[in-house]
Ligand binder design. Structure first.
Ligand code: NAD
Length: 492
C-alpha cells in the first residue's frame, strides 16, 4: 500500500500541480470498508477552492504548451511509461479499490491491469487521429486541424474506479488536454495514485490533477467552472443531467455523459445453447455484484423456455463465492456502500410488497461480517412496466419478463428511458441481425462483454436516450477530446 496517499493524518489529499496539497474543505466524511462496515479513512468533503486550484494548475500547464504542444512521440513515450507503472502497481490499485468499494481483487473485468492496456491503446493513438485538407480552388488552402479542447474535468463513478478514470484520462491526455480528475467519494485512492504514477512517468506537473471530494462540492464546482472547457462524466443519469444544466448555467462547456442503463438479456427458444447463455447471463449479474452500467438486469425470455432458463441461471448464481473483497478466493463481494445496500434492498422489498414473485435471493447475506452483502436475486413474471423492470437498481437483481414474438422482444427491450446495451441469444443469424437493427442500444449477439476481449480497446460506444451523450472508447472516443478547427487561407 502506498503510504504517501494517506500520510497526513489518514486523510486523502488533493494532488494538484504535481504535489499533495491541503484541502480547503469544510470538514470530512468517513469512508467505510463495505466488506466489514469499518472506517478506513476520512475524506475531505472538498470545496470550490480545491476545484479552483486544480483548474488553475491545469490551465497554466495547458497554455504554456508543456504537454499540449509537445511532440507526439514524446507524449506517446510518457503514456507508455504510465501504462507500465499502472501495470506494475495493479495489485496495489485493485486492493485500494477492493477495500474502498468492494470490487473483489480476483475480479479481472475492468481492473487496473485492463486500465494499463487502455492507456497503451491511447499511447499508440496519439498520432493516429488527424485533421484533413479539403479540395479547394486555386487561391485557397482549406484545412481542418484537430486540437485539444483545453482543460477537461473528468468526473467518474466508483464501480470500476481505475478503469473508469483511465477511460477518460487516457484519451484526454493523448489528445493533448490538461485534466482535473474527480473520483467518486467511495473510491479516491486509486485515482490519486494514478495522478502520482503519471507524474512519475514523466507527465509534466499540472497536466493531471486529482481532486477528491463530494459531488455537490468538487463535482458541482467543476461542472459550473468558467475555465473548464469540457466535462466528461460517467455516473448516474440524474447527475448526468445536472452536468448539462451546469454547462448551460456557466460557459457552454462541451459535455459528454456516460450514464445508467437497464439492459436486456434476450433469449430465443430457437435452439441456441441455453447453457452457454445461462453461463454468461449469470456471470454478468455476479460481476462486481451487478454494479455494471451495462449489466443485463432484465431477462427477456421466450415463454416456452422461461422455466428452463430461470432454473439454469439460479443454479449458476449459487456458485458465487461470497466474501471479503480483499480475499483472493472471493468472486462475489459486498455492495459498494451502506447507501447502495439500502437502495438495492428498497427495490427488493418494494417488488415483494407489490407481489412480484421472488425466485431466489432477496436477503442480506453474511450479516455477521458487518459488510453490505446482498444475495443474488431473481424475480419472475415481472411486468415490463414494473419499477424493478424500469429503474436501474445497480445490484445483483434480475427481472424475468417472458415474451412471445420477436416484435414483442424488441418493443420491451426499447421500452425504458435507457439505451445502453442489449444482449441477444439466438441460433438464427437472421433473428440476430433483425434484433441488432431493431434494438436501439449497443447490441451484443451471443456475446457479453466480461466473457472475452473481443476487439480489445478499439471499440467505441455511443449511448442513446437517457443513457448519455457522446462517444467513448477507441479512436472515435479520442476524437471527443479534440476540437475541429477550420483554417482557411486565401492567397495570391
Ligand atoms: P453518481 O452519478 O452518483 O456519481 C458519479 C460522479 O458524479 C461521482 O464522482 C460523484 O461524486 C459525482 N457527483 C454526484 N453528485 C454530483 C453533483 N450534484 N454535481 C456534480 N458531481 C456529482 O454515480 P455513481 O453512484 O458513482 O455510479 C453509478 C452510476 O454510474 C450508475 O448509474 C452506472 O450506470 C453509471 N455508470 C455508467 C457507465 C457508462 O459507461 N455508461 C459506466 C460506469 C458507471
Amino acid at each position: 500500500m502506498n503510504l504517501s496517499i494517506t500520510k497526513l493524518g489518514g486523510d486523502v489529499l488533493p494532488f494538484i500541480d504535481g504535489e499533495w496539497c491541503a484541502s480547503k474543505s469544510d470538514g470530512h466524511t468517513e469512508v467505510l470498508n463495505p466488506s466489514t462496515g469499518k472506517r478506513i479513512l476520512d475524506l475531505p468533503k472538498g470545496s470550490v477552492l480545491d476545484a479552483d486550484a486544480a483548474v488553475s494548475a491545469a490551465r497554466s500547464s495547458f497554455e504554456d504548451g508543456r504537454w499540449s504542444e509537445s511532440s507526439p512521440s514524446s507524449r506517446k513515450k510518457v503514456l507508455y511509461r504510465f501504462a507500465g507503472l499502472i501495470e506494475a502497481s495493479s495489485n496495489e490499485l485493485d486492493s485500494l479499490d477492493a477495500e474502498e468499494m468492494g470490487k473483489p481483487v480476483a475480479e479481472v473485468f475492468s481492473n487496473a491491469a485492463a486500465a494499463a492496456e487502455l492507456v497503451r491503446f491511447y499511447a499508440e493513438a496519439v498520432d493516429k487521429v488527424s485533421g484533413a485538407v479539403f479540395t479547394s480552388d486555386k487561391g485557397s488552402f482549406v484545412a481542418r486541424r484537430v486540437i485539444p479542447r483545453g482543460v477537461v474535468a473528468a468526473i467518474v463513478p466508483w464501480n470500476f474506479p481505475s478503469f473508469c478514470a483511465v477511460l477518460k484520462v487516457a484519451p484526454a491526455l493523448a489528445a493533448g488536454n490538461s485534466v482535473v480528475l474527480k473520483p467518486s467519494e467511495l473510491s479516491s485512492r486509486s485515482a490519486l495514485r494514478l495522478g502520482q504514477l503519471a507524474l512519475e512517468a514523466g507527465l509534466p506537473r499540472g497536466v493531471l490533477n486529482v481532486v477528491p471530494g463530494l459531488g455537490e462540492t468538487v463535482g458541482q464546482a467543476l461542472g459550473l467552472h468558467l475555465d473548464v472547457d469540457m466535462v466528461t462524466f460517467t455516473g448516474s443519469t440524474s447527475v448526468g443531467k445536472r452536468m448539462l444544466q451546469y454547462a448551460g448555467q456557466s460557459n457552454m462547456k462541451v459535455v459528454m455523459t456516460e450514464c445508467g442503463g437497464k439492459s436486456p438479456q434476450i433469449v430465443f427458444a430457437d435452439g441456441v445453447d441455453l447453457n452457454a447463455a445461462a453461463d454468461s447471463i449469470a456471470q454478468h449479474l455476479l460481476t462486481n455484484q451487478g454494479q455494471i452500467c451495462s449489466v443485463g438486469s432484465r431477462l427477456l425470455v421466450q415463454r416456452s423456455i422461461e422455466r428452463a432458463m430461470i432454473d439454469k441461471i439460479s443454479a449458476r448464481l449459487g456458485n458465487a463465492v461470497m466474501g471479503d473483497a480483499l480475499d483472493p478466493k472471493t468472486t462475489f463481494g459486498p455492495l459498494a456502500s451502506a447507501e447502495q445496500y439500502a437502495r438495492v434492498m428498497r427495490y427488493i422489498k418494494a417488488a415483494e410488497d407489490e407481489g412480484v414473485q421472488l425466485v431466489t435471493g432477496g436477503r442480506r447475506a453474511l450479516p455477521e461480517t458487518g459488510g453490505y452483502f446482498v444475495e443474488p436475486t431473481i424475480f419472475q413474471n415481472v411486468s415490463p412496466q414494473a419499477r424493478i423492470a424500469q429503474d436501474e437498481i445497480f445490484g445483483p437483481v434480475l427481472s424475468v419478463i417472458p415474451f412471445d414474438s420477436e416484435g414483442d422482444a424488441i418493443r420491451i427491450a426499447n421500452d425504458t428511458i435507457y439505451g445502453l446495451a442489449a444482449y441477444v441469444w439466438t441460433a438464427n443469424l437472421s433473428t440476430g441481425m433483425r434484433m441488432a437493427k431493431g434494438v436501439r442500444s449497443t447490441v451484443f449477439v451471443n456475446a457479453v462483454a466480461p466473457k472475452n476481449e473481443g476487439a480489445g480497446y478499439a471499440t467505441t460506444y455511443e449511448p442513446t436516450a437517457q443513457s448519455g451523450i457522446g462517444a467513448e472508447g477507441g479512436l472515435a472516443g479520442m476524437e471527443s477530446y479534440l476540437r475541429r478547427q477550420l483554417v482557411w487561407f486565401s492567397h495570391g
